[in-house]
Design a protein around this ligand. Structure first.
Ligand code: B12
Ligand code: SF4
Length: 514
């Protein structure tokens, strides 16, 4: 249930960003039906059994992705036993497994978009406008051994404008699941609709920042530019975290991106030799540097084990990826996932490994196919090395995002555009003291590990000192040593095998107690 620690900062030890994310697909369905509904997120087996025994549910909907198929099977079994009159509906990416109907005992298996399906099933109006649920993007955030306090408005709201992606890269399961190349499902077509949803979220959750869960947000330029127009008209100084491909980013000037509030960008950095059209004509290293200079945090994403990779060239491809010096870097194994054109192709070529458990098909372990040049065992070694190398060379992501904030602040603190100036000033006001303290601790922690990184951190800490107000300047003297202590304590805990789990959450709607 974690993003960063599973697939981005997993090699960063106590500096890894820990955070849980709710299951947005079922929250979306719940918000768009009028039937009484309970969403049970992250249940333990006991929680799930208790719900089934204490309520009479007509329908039990279960969501899962492919790795979860074993859990879905067990949940179906429990429903049949504890609530035999319930209809079982299974949705989400798990539905893409070929022959899944023979693996789990469900009455309906739903492929693709679920809101329309559920409305149709319940006899409700499937074309009614989509109501966006209020979603706080993450919870129980933890870094350097401390859990950050949860304050209303402090964490971004998640906005889901669409599902799927029309680019149709051959390995991409999200694109394939919602129709493949040229297709996707838009929940909010226009900039006006998006602005309305965001304004409502701003009121309800007291947020100014949004995590926009759209596979390629910037690709839809007209919608983005209309959103910008409205943001300007209403003086909104929002910040946006978005996913976008390099060719889509290139459709905008840096000024447009900054005015739009883009402050975090997730971008594919696949090898230029792979020939994906989303990268065409872009020098991603130059682009990354430029974005960061404008205060935009970049999360790079690189695939390990592409067709042209060999033991001889893969290290230099990883070095190339790492040399982007992004704020965060995700590495994923090239993985044929059921439902994608790549899976179909590999299956026809007889290259799929049949004895791999679906629970291990997620790109963070080992290949599930025969690669022309790299063995299954080596795939893991290269993947682990990529994460390690990025950490070794570029340091903790927390340091890198502080650096990007500082670059943005210096560039825009006197911007003539009030909205832009306000955004950077707010970030700086909120974070300068905390970042300064974290840098204080990081500088000391890295002295023994890597002197060069430690010195770079020190230089940045000094910049923070110079640019901060009086309180933020004083804070590191107190908070710094505390963070150093919690960081070291966390390292010891992790070495002992400590893991973190999300809490069980139960949310009911249209519910009248009997
Ligand atoms: C947010 C997210 C996460 C969050 C999960 C939050 C959570 N608690 O579930 C985090 C970051 C933690 C995460 C982790 C992982 N994820 Co993830 N994640 C996503 C992401 C980016 C968005 C999902 C989302 O909310 N979309 C918006 C909602 C509205 O869409 P949706 O969930 O698909 O739901 C719709 C339909 O599927 C359907 N539906 C869904 N559930 C149900 C249930 C019923 C009953 C019905 C009728 C319909 C239905 O209706 C919904 C509305 O249309 C997707 C990529 C994407 N853009 O979809 C990847 C994605 C789902 N993740 C993926 C993977 C591989 C993982 C990890 C294994 C990564 C890793 N190696 O660690 C882990 C495993 C987590 C786990 N144990 O389940 C893959 C799944 C591949 C597959 N085919 O199975 C995806 C598709 C990314 C990708 N392209 O590879 N992930
Ligand atoms: S651009 Fe990204 S989201 Fe779109 S199809 Fe390609 S990999 Fe998938």
């Amino acid at each position: 249930m974690e993003l960063y620690h599973n697939q981005v900062t997993r090699a960063q030890g106590s500096f890894s960003l820990r955070m849980f994310h709710r299951s947005w697909g079922i929250m979306m369905i719940q918000a768009n039906i009028s039937a009484p509904c309970a969403v049970l997120d992250f249940p333990t087996r006991d929680d799930f059994a208790r719900q089934l025994k204490t309520n009479q549910y007509d329908i039990v909907g279960i969501t899962g992705i492919i790795v979860n198929v074993g859990k879905v099977r067990e949940m179906c079994r429990m429903v049949r036993k504890l609530s035999p009159n319930s209809v079982i509906v299974v949705g989400g990416h798990v539905a893409a497994i070929p022959g899944v109907e023979n693996m789990i005992d469900a009455d309906h298996i739903v492929r693709g978009e679920g809101v329309a399906w559920m409305r149709r099933y319940l006899g409700e109006d499937e074309s009614a406008p989509i109501r966006h649920p209020s979603i706080v993007s993450g919870m129980r955030t933890r870094i350097m051994g401390i859990r950050l306090p949860e304050r209303k408005g402090a964490t971004a709201a998640t906005i889901i404008p669409s599902v799927g992606c029309p680019m149709g890269c051959n390995f991409c399961t999200t694109s394939a699941f919602f129709g493949g190349k040229g297709k996707f499902v838009n929940f909010f077509e226009t900039g006006d609709e998006l602005f309305d949803v965001m304004s409502r979220m701003e009121d309800e959750l007291k947020v100014h920042s949004f995590f926009v869960m759209d596979e390629n947000f910037l690709l839809h330029r007209e919608r983005a530019m209309r959103l910008l127009e409205l943001m300007k008209e209403h003086g909104k100084s929002w910040s946006l975290s978005v996913f976008a491909s390099a060719n889509a980013i290139r459709k905008y000037t840096m000024q447009e991106l900054v005015e739009l509030g883009v402050s975090w960008l997730w971008m594919g950095l696949e090898s230029p030799k792979a020939g994906y059209s989303k990268l065409q004509g872009s020098d991603t290293r130059e682009l990354t540097r430029e974005l960061r200079e404008h205060g935009i945090r970049v999360q790079g994403s690189t695939i390990i084990g592409l067709e042209h990779h060999t033991p001889d060239n893969i290290m230099s491809e990883i070095e190339h990826a790492v040399s982007h010096d992004t704020d965060f870097h995700q590495f994923m194994l090239y993985t044929p996932v059921p439902g994608t054109p790549l899976y179909q192709q590999m299956s026809e070529e007889g290259r799929l490994l049949n004895d791999v458990d679906y629970a291990d098909v997620h790109g963070q372990f080992k290949f599930n196919f025969k690669h022309a040049a790299i063995s299954r065992e080596d795939s893991k070694r290269f993947l682990d090395w990529a994460f390690w190398r990025d950490f070794e060379l570029n340091g903790p992501s927390l340091y890198r995002i502080s650096r990007t904030l500082m670059a943005g602040w210096k560039r825009y603190k006197d911007s003539p555009d009030l909205r832009v100036r306000k955004r950077f000033a707010e970030d700086m006001g909120r974070l300068a003291g905390v970042y300064g303290s974290a840098l204080w601790a990081m500088e000391r922690q890295f002295r023994k590990v890597d002197r060069k990184v430690s010195e770079e951190i020190r230089a940045l800490r000094r910049e923070f000192r110079q640019e901060s107000g009086i309180i933020a300047r004083m804070l590191p003297a107190v908070l710094g040593p505390l963070l150093l202590w919690t960081t070291r304590r966390e390292e010891r805990r992790l070495a002992r095998g400590k893991t973190y789990e999300p809490p069980t959450i139960l949310e009911r709607s249209n519910w009248v107690e009997a």
